[in-house]
Design a protein around this ligand. Structure first.
Ligand SMILES: [Fe+2]
Ligand SMILES: [Fe+2]
Ligand SMILES: [Fe+2]
Length: 427
């Protein structure tokens, strides 16, 4: 295993940003396009490289506080009953990530009108928030069914109407300058927007190391888990279990960290699944189950598009593959499923069956043992890792519980409180 594994920061952020927006045609590439517009405006008004990087990063992740596809679709179509909620959640998520902490207020204020600010436009936080607000408005004004150059006059008129009250007039002027070039609109609506941002974005020469990747992966662990109360500690549990099993199996320190990152990201494809399916208390229909089955495909799709993360992509995305070839979606053969992926499959089943779900209570040790030995007997999972789990049950169980308790505390005491306090019930 390479000791100096690193990935391009732009590549990592673009792929992780993309996954939250691929679910539904009306929101596809919303954050990418918002980041493109924000980058163009920021570049036009001549600001420092640091501020440009901050605006680009915040724009790529500005709506991460919108936790379901349903909520994102409402925001996109101006139907959300409350725009503040996703801003406060986004702020809280950014605050948990050391590298993003300083950008949390930009996300908090990305729907705050210019008339509500008491600071000048050259204040960095004010400027960044206003640039993203304007970029977000422009992106949402585009009718995705119509050819872009036939609608620019309408969009420009609409944006002009935001002057002074909603958006600072200097930023509107910068947009008007940019809007004169067809190139701006054609790039903006191009299916190649990912590679445009990768090549023109501020992170084209920035690499991020494994610890940095782990920080960002942990942020996504929270985004995935907090989609639903029923799964609010699932990912943190799988990551802890996989990490501990890797350590007990004797993998190297680097591999143990890779395992934890893969655990954080194993269900990232669930961001594509509507909450109405994820939270359904009854049995899923065949159509709904077919949609659920897509999630590991998307986990692979996203992670494999990040150069350098190919091992993590397999360890994360193969957790529903079976050694006998009966798994999904790739139907891998046993020789394609390596140690990391085998550990992840056992960690995922263990964590899932131990958790309470809307339709059943979490299982105890004996029942978990029955489930896993049956899976091993049927040729689905590797018996070596079932034995490893039960030979070290208390060590692994306690480690998983400790991590899940911390995630649960954050979720219950901070994340869900936002909703309660906004509803005025103080819960
Ligand atoms: Fe937003
Ligand atoms: Fe947005
Ligand atoms: Fe899964």
């Amino acid at each position: 295993m390479k000791r100096d594994l690193s990935v391009n920061l732009g590549n990592l952020l673009l792929s992780l940003s993309e996954v939250t927006d691929i679910a539904n045609p009306s929101i596809t590439q919303h954050q990418h396009r918002t980041a493109f517009i924000a980058l163009q405006i920021a570049d036009h008004i001549k600001i420092s490289n640091q501020l440009l990087e901050n605006i680009f990063t915040a724009a790529l992740l500005h709506d991460i506080g919108a936790i379901s596809i349903e909520e994102k679709t409402e925001l996109q179509n101006y139907l959300a009953p409350d725009y503040d909620l996703h801003c406060i959640r986004g702020e809280l998520l950014f605050e948990q990530t050391p590298w993003l902490k300083s950008l949390s207020k930009i996300v908090r204020n990305h729907h705050k009108n210019w008339s509500e600010w008491n600071t000048p436009i050259n204040d960095p936080e004010t400027l960044a928030s206003q640039v993203i607000l304007l970029a977000d408005f422009i992106e949402r004004s585009i009718d995705k069914q119509q050819y872009i150059l036939f609608q620019t006059d309408d969009i420009i008129a609409k944006i002009n109407g935001l002057k002074d009250h909603t958006v600072n007039s200097e930023l509107i002027s910068a947009f008007l300058d940019l809007s004169r070039k067809e190139e701006f609109w054609l790039d903006l609506s191009s299916p190649r927007i990912y590679s445009i941002l990768l090549n023109q974005g501020p992170f084209r020469n920035n690499e991020i190391d494994l610890n940095g990747i782990a920080n960002i992966a942990e942020l996504f662990c929270n985004i995935i888990d907090f989609k639903s109360r029923f799964t609010s500690t699932h990912t943190s549990g799988v990551a802890a279990c996989a990490e501990k099993m890797a350590e007990l199996f004797g993998l190297t320190d680097i591999e143990i960290l890779l395992m934890r990152i893969a655990g954080y990201l194993h269900d990232i494809g669930k961001l594509v699944i509507p909450n109405s399916i994820l939270e359904k208390p009854d049995k899923l229909t065949p159509a709904e189950f077919a949609i659920i089955k897509c999630h590991t495909y998307y986990t692979y799709y996203v992670l494999n598009s990040i150069g350098g993360l190919q091992t993590i992509a397999k360890w994360a995305a193969y957790h529903h593959e079976k050694l006998n070839g009966s798994g999904y979606p790739f139907h891998c053969k046993s020789n394609e499923i390596d140690t990391g992926a085998r550990i992840m499959a056992v960690a995922d089943i263990f964590t899932a069956v131990a958790e309470d779900r809307p339709y059943r209570a979490g299982m105890g040790k004996d029942d978990i043992y029955r489930v896993l030995t049956r899976q091993a007997d049927d040729g689905c999972v590797d018996p070596r890792f079932v034995n490893l789990l039960f030979d070290n049950y208390d060590t692994i169980y306690n480690y998983v519980r400790e991590k899940q308790k911390a995630a649960h505390r954050f979720y219950e005491e901070q994340f869900t409180r936002i909703q309660g306090s906004k509803n005025g019930d103080g819960s």
